[in-house]
Every structure is written in C-alpha cells, then in structure tokens.
Design a protein around this ligand. Structure first.
Ligand code: ADP
Ligand code: ZN
Length: 769
C-alpha cells in the first residue's frame, strides 16, 4: 500500500485553485486505516455528484483515476488548492444517510478504512446495476423546440410521430416500432429531423413476482392465539414498538416455544405503521420455508444472501431501496439492507457465529444491527434458545430487556435427553462402529414406529486422519499444521482449511514399511454404517460436501418433510431451526467434537449445538427423545445441555470468563502476523510487541490514568502454519473498548510491515485458531 497523506495531495501546485463558492467533495477510498480526501467538484459534474455515489478521482502514485465514495459535500473551500474529481459513476446514490453513518461507525470501531467498509457493504450487483438494462427511449420534442420551418415527413414518419405524441411520455424504441408498425428507419429519421430525441434509461429486467413464484410454496404461518408466556412477552414488546425509539430486547425462548410468532406480530405492527422490518437469520436457516413464513403474513418480502445470482441480488436491493417491500430477510450482509423507513430489526439465532464476518471488515452483524437500531432510533429484537454470553450479559446488566418463553407451545415437553458413555457402553473387542447398541436400538424403535431420525456428527469426510501403526506418523497438510481427512467418495486426502488434496497413500509415506490405518469418524463413514445397519430405510447426508449446489439444502429438507427420507444425518447444518413434527429421535454421535478446541468459546458452542439439535426432537404430538454419545458425560456443558439447563450453564460459564478476563467481561482484539518466512514473521511480531508495549507505557486514558490493557503475545497461533504461512498472534484484553482503540490507533498507522509479512486486526474475534 502506498501511503498518501493529505498534505501530499495539496503539494501539487498545478492543481486548480478553487473558485469562489466552489463545491468540494470528501472522498474515501478502499484503503485500510485511511481518512477522507477533499476534491473540488468541477462545474460540469455539479449536477451529477451526490453523497453516497461513487466517483473517480486522481489518487496515489501517478494520480491514477481511482474509484472512491463521496461521503460529504460542502462549499467551505479548503485552505489549499485541491484536485478535481474526474467522473461520477452512479446515477443514484448507493447508500442513504443512515447507512453512511453506520459504515462510518464500523470503520471507527473495527479500525479499518471507511472506503473498505463501503466497498464490502454495497453488493457488486448493486454497483453494477445488475438486473437493469440500458434502454433507448424516444421522446417527442415540445412544440417550441420544433425546427422552423417544419421539416417534411414521410407518411410512415408522420404516423410514428403521431403514435409517439399520443403516448405523452418517452417510449422504448422497439416498443414504438411495434406500436407504429414500422421499422427502425422512420424513427431514426424523426431524430435526425429534430422532431424527437433519444434518451437512455435503465430499466429493470428482474421480475420479483416471477422470482417469488419460482420458490416452492410452503404453508403460510397462520395467526395463532398467543399462549400465556407469549402474551406476557408481547405486552412488554408492543408498547415499545408503538412508541418507536431505540430499545433492545433479548427473547430467550426454548426450542419450539413460538419465538417466530412474536417476530411476526412485531413485524406486522411496524408494517401497520407504514415502516419496514429487517430480519436477519443464519445463512443456513434461509430456506423457502422461512421466507414464505414472512411473505404473506407481513407483506412483500425481499431476500438478500450470497447464493443469489447477481441479477436477483441487484433486483432485491433495488426493491428495498425504492420502498417496494415491507420486509427484508437475509443472512449476515442483509444488515446493510438499504431500507427507507426502518421500523424494526429482528435477529433470529442471535448466538450464531456465522453472523461474524471473517474478512475485512471483520464485523459482527448482531453488533452492527444493534448500532443501526441505535442510530435510526428503532427497536431491535434478538432471539435465541441459547443466547450468546455477550447478549445474556447485556440483558443482565439491563442494556437489553429480557423476554422469556420458558416452555414449548401446547404444553409439549422438551425432549428427554439420555447420555451414552462411550467409555463403557461400547462392546469390547468388536470392530469399530459409530453407533452404540443403545443408540442403534432406539433408532430401530423410532423408525419401526413410523418416526424419523436426525443424527448429528459434526465432522465431514470418511476418516478424520490416517496414521502409521509402525512409526506413529500422521499424514498432515503440506501447507497447514493439520491432519488430512480421507474422503472416500472422491478418493482424496483433503485439508479442511486450505483445500489441499493428495492421493491417499497405501504405505506410510514416512517409514515406507507399514500400511497406513484410516482412523477417526466422519459423516461419510457414518453414512456407510447406517446404510448397512438399516437396509430398507432412506439415509441422506447433509454436509458441505453433499450440499454444494445452491438449493440442494432446501430440496433435501423438503424431501425429509414429505417423509421420503427416514434418517437425516450430517454436520451442524442439520441442527438449525428446523421444525419437523415427525422426528421422534435425535442422536448425537459424538458430542465431544469441538469441546477441546483451544478456544474460550468451545464450551459455549458445544452447549449451543447440543441444545439446538435436541430442539429438533419432539416438536409434534408424538413427542420424542434425544440420545447423546460422549466420552465426557460429566463435563458441565454436556451434563447441563442434557438437562436443558441454560441458566446454570451460563452462570458457570460466566464465572469462568470473568476469572480468565474473557468476553463478555473484557473486550478482545486479536492481531495476527503471518509470513511464509518464519523468521521474518517472528521479527515483525517482536517489533509489533515493542510498539505496543512502548505505547502502553506512555499513553494515558481519561483522567491521566494508565491504559488498562493486557497484551498477551506474541505467541504462535494454535494453528501455527496455515495455508503456507507461519502465524504469530497477540491477544489484547481490556475492560474498555475505548482503551483498546486508543492503543491500536497509536500503534497501527505508524506500522509498516516489511514486504512478505502481513498482519490483520480482528476486533471482538470469534476465530481463535
Ligand atoms: P421457536 O422458533 O421458538 O423454536 P416456532 O416459532 O418455530 O418455535 O414455533 C413452533 C411451532 O409452534 C410452530 O409451528 C408455530 O406455528 C407453533 N406455535 C407458535 N405459537 C403458538 C401458539 N401460541 N399456539 C399454538 N401453536 C403455536
Ligand atoms: Zn492445508
């Protein structure tokens, strides 16, 4: 990155001197930790320029015309001459004032460039106006504009002119030719003779009605009578919705407690007020069923997510920004939906880690949404059966208002959860199998009774590693410190982090003596065992290998709903939000996957996953149960998940977090230094450490107190080598986000990584590996 300072730009004496009452634009570019630059707006671009549009302006070495966003316009002339913008790229602003304020906040909070945020927030399809076509229209000139004397017209030209005048508005060329029953030539002649002129306008090619009709139609959500718990929550919620103004609610409702009904009522209320609602759900829950549930009950719905084609995505974006829909539903990035009169934000499954973006800007959609609600002065409703510890803590501190749905609707009990101890309950000496006799027999019983079964195993592939019984070698990725997983269907060894593939070896690649052993259980192996043990039943696997095609996830769920699949098994994809009344048994094949990761959220995630997948059982009148296989039955997170005891789990977990100075008690920032050369990476990490320590000793917080920041590191990251890079990391902990910001702002802008070394900053990190 070439560093440009504001004064560099002013040094160019050839730059034009601003005229009196000139117009000046503040432009931000797609650069890290950068600020806005001032440019003059030349006379010819005065009409076209606007805040929220992209422009081209000379920037950087050699003054290359560079694309940036106009974030402010003013007439106050800067002290020194500035350069001019050269082009305005957009017909309409891409962002409204609210989104500009929100993205400005993001740049400050996540310590990245405002231009970087804008670039990632506005989908490419909206920038390129995907779903629109530049179309030529013909318009008759006014009487006064007609040339004198009037030119002679052929009969065809006269007829075409008459048709055009009758329309009283510009008509698309091709349509006019059809209406006037003539070719293109007479129309061109009208233009040449000065009787008509051509206009170019963008017209929509995206047909929302058609796109909606193409979706499978699932049953609409009926308006049900609220039960007592829902009614109580509604009585708190409704006045806040009527009054408007910022207020955050945390709706803690067990699985199947009817949270969706409250979302729907809340949305209905703001739609009634003529406002719009924004609903965020995890990507995986964005099924036709979910979308359909809002469509119909609440009005017209636009959908935003990454699997949409660019025409559809651009089309939905435009429908939202022109106020044609009442509800925008989408995954993480939908938090930037360009609504006009937002009245409410709803976030379902607010604890989901997929709301965190793992590329710059590394934002958390829930936190951005709360800030958006604050900036726009509207209520926000966060819902979950297992709220994140951050949100729970905020509710306990009184920042959020807690709403509780403690039991399932219609007095349905939560399913009974049984633990199977894999240390003792597996037959000794028998060949490896995934299912304990107890789980297998419960499955036979459930299937025999006409019920369906869901099985969770959160690890894809066939064998999770290969291992040499002779020398102990485990085959790992050439680029990462991670074991390769054997995928039998594709017959490859695969790295789940970088995608590196190699052929499976027969003999140990290290000692060359002994045939390797395939070990560890993945979803492919489980599927093979199920097909062997349950002939005559249809088994389907749902993981990122089988669900590559967009839409395949929804298709398989529909088949499961229709009863065409008896056993649905797979990774965490199957655990989320599905409501299948006929599921009478849920099995967790190995609850310990993920429990021992070096990540302070490992217990929280495991608890959430177990609670979510258990929640799939017994949602119909036939009831249901859950069996969990584990080597750690006395681990609090597994024990309390089995007891459906979120309250005791959070209490214990919060105490741990407090003791270890982790969120939600302290804020974290993570710095990662990576380099292909280990020594260069280590050297730079040491320099960074020196910079941080020096700043920490000199900087003063409010009232002159020392900054309360703890710096851990540099240390090797838990996955030291990833994608061919050696990685060192720092963890910065502080009770005050402001102190973290102050320290990082003092150190980062002055820091120049040598070529070959990169560093990234992650505020409120989720990925700790
Ligand atoms: P959650 O999101 O809390 O897991 P859902 O909102 O999916 O639960 O509700 C589960 C089922 O209960 C849905 O089919 C819903 O239509 C139904 N439901 C919700 N509220 C009521 C109610 N008051 N009476 C009867 N059924 C209800
Ligand atoms: Zn790898």
């Amino acid at each position: 990155m070439t560093q440009i300072t504001q004064s560099d730009l002013f040094e160019d004496l050839n730059a034009p001197v601003p005229q009196a009452a000139g117009l000046f634009a503040e432009i931000v570019f797609d650069r890290p930790l950068d600020h806005a630059y001032t440019y003059a707006v030349p006379e010819r671009l005065r009409e076209a320029v606007a805040v929220g549009k992209r422009v081209q302006a000379p920037f950087g070495k050699g003054d290359r015309a560079t694309i940036g966003y106009c974030v402010h316009l003013g007439t106050a002339a800067p002290a020194r001459a500035v350069k001019e913008i050269v082009r305005v790229l957009d017909d309409e602003p891409l962002l409204n004032a609210n989104l500009l304020r929100l993205t400005r906040w993001m740049a400050d909070y996540y310590l990245c460039g405002w231009g970087q945020v804008l670039n990632s927030v506005v989908p490419a399809s909206a920038r390129e106006q995907a779903g629109t076509r530049a179309t030529v229209f013909l318009e008759a000139v006014t009487e006064a504009e007609r040339p004198q004397p009037p030119p002679k017209l052929t009969p065809k030209q006269a007829a075409a002119l008459q048709v055009l005048c009758e329309q009283r508005k510009p008509v698309e060329m091709q349509r006019l030719a059809r209406l006037a029953k003539c070719g293109a030539a007479p129309l061109e002649s009208l233009v040449e003779k000065g009787i008509a002129r051509k206009l170019v306008r963008r017209v929509d090619t995206f047909d929302a009605a058609q796109a909606a009709a193409a979706q499978p139609q699932e049953a609409q959500a009926e308006r049900v009578q609220l039960n007592a718990d829902q009614q109580k929550a509604w009585e708190t919620l409704e006045p806040a919705l009527r009054a408007g103004g910022f207020r955050a609610f945390l709706l803690h409702g067990v699985t199947g407690s009817g949270k969706t009904e409250l979302y729907l009522r809340a949305i209905e209320e703001v739609v009634r007020q003529g406002k719009e609602a924004l609903v965020l759900v995890p990507e995986i829950s964005l099924t036709p069923q979910t979308i359909q549930c809002f469509r119909g009950r609440c009005g017209d719905v636009a959908v935003l997510h990454s699997h949409l084609g660019s025409v559809e995505r651009g089309g939905h974006w435009r429908r939202i920004s022109t106020g044609q829909v009442q509800v925008a539903v989408g995954a993480r990035s939908a938090v930037f939906a360009p609504t006009r009169k937002l009245g409410l934000i709803v976030i379902d499954e607010e604890h989901e880690s997929s709301f965190k973006q793992e590329a710059t800007p590394r934002y958390h959609a829930r936190d951005v949404a709360v800030m958006r609600a604050r900036l726009e002065g509207i209520p926000i409703l966060l819902g979950s059966a297992t709220p994140s510890l951050e949100s729970w803590h905020n509710a306990e501190r009184g920042q959020y208002t807690k709403l509780t749905l403690p039991s399932r609707v219609l007095d349905r009990p939560l399913p009974q959860v049984g633990l199977i101890d894999l240390r003792h309950d597996m037959p000794r000496g028998a060949p490896f199998q995934a299912l304990s006799p107890a789980l297998a027999s419960a499955m036979r019983h459930a299937l025999g009774g006409g019920g369906q079964v869901i099985l969770l195993l959160n690890r894809r592939g066939f064998s999770t590693h290969i291992h040499c019984p002779g020398c102990g070698h485990v085959e790992s990725c050439r680029f990462c410190d991670l074991a390769l997983t054997f995928h039998r269907e594709r017959h490859v060894m695969l790295c789940h982090h970088c995608g590196y593939e190699q052929e499976p070896p027969k003999l140990c690649p290290k000692c060359g003596q002994v045939p390797v052993r395939y070990q560890g259980l993945g979803t492919e192996k489980l599927q093979a065992e199920l097909e062997e043990k349950f002939p005559g039943y249809v088994v389907k696997r749902m993981d990122s290998d089988t669900m590559r095609q967009p839409g395949s996830h929804a298709k398989l769920l529909s088949a499961f709903r229709r009863g065409e699949v008896h056993i649905l098994m797979g990774t965490q994809m199957i655990a989320k939000g599905l409501d299948f009344p006929n599921v009478t048994l849920v099995g967790v094949v190995n609850a310990d996957v993920g429990l021992h990761l070096p990540d302070f959220r490992a217990s929280e995630r495991t608890f959430q996953l177990l609670a979510q997948v258990s929640g799939r059982a017994g949602r119909g009148p036939r009831g249901g149960r859950v069996l969990v296989q584990t080597f750690n039955p006395e681990h609090p997170c597994i024990e309390l998940a089995a007891a459906h005891d979120y309250g005791r789990f959070v209490a214990g977990e919060l105490a741990q977090r407090k003791m270890h100075k982790y969120p939600p008690y302290q804020r974290l920032a993570r710095l990662i230094v990576r380099s292909r050369d280990q020594q260069e990476g280590a050297d730079f990490a040491d320099r960074l450490a020196g910079g941080l320590q020096a700043a920490l000793t000199t900087l003063k917080g409010p009232e002159g107190a020392a900054l309360d920041v703890r710096i851990l590191g540099p240390a090797e990251a838990p996955v030291f080598r990833l994608k061919g890079y050696y990685r060192y990391h720092f963890q910065l902990q502080s009770p005050s986000p402001a102190a973290l910001h102050q320290l990082l702002r003092a150190v980062l802008p002055a820091l120049r990584a040598p070529s070959g070394v990169e560093f990234t900053l992650d505020i409120d990190p989720f990925d700790m590996l």
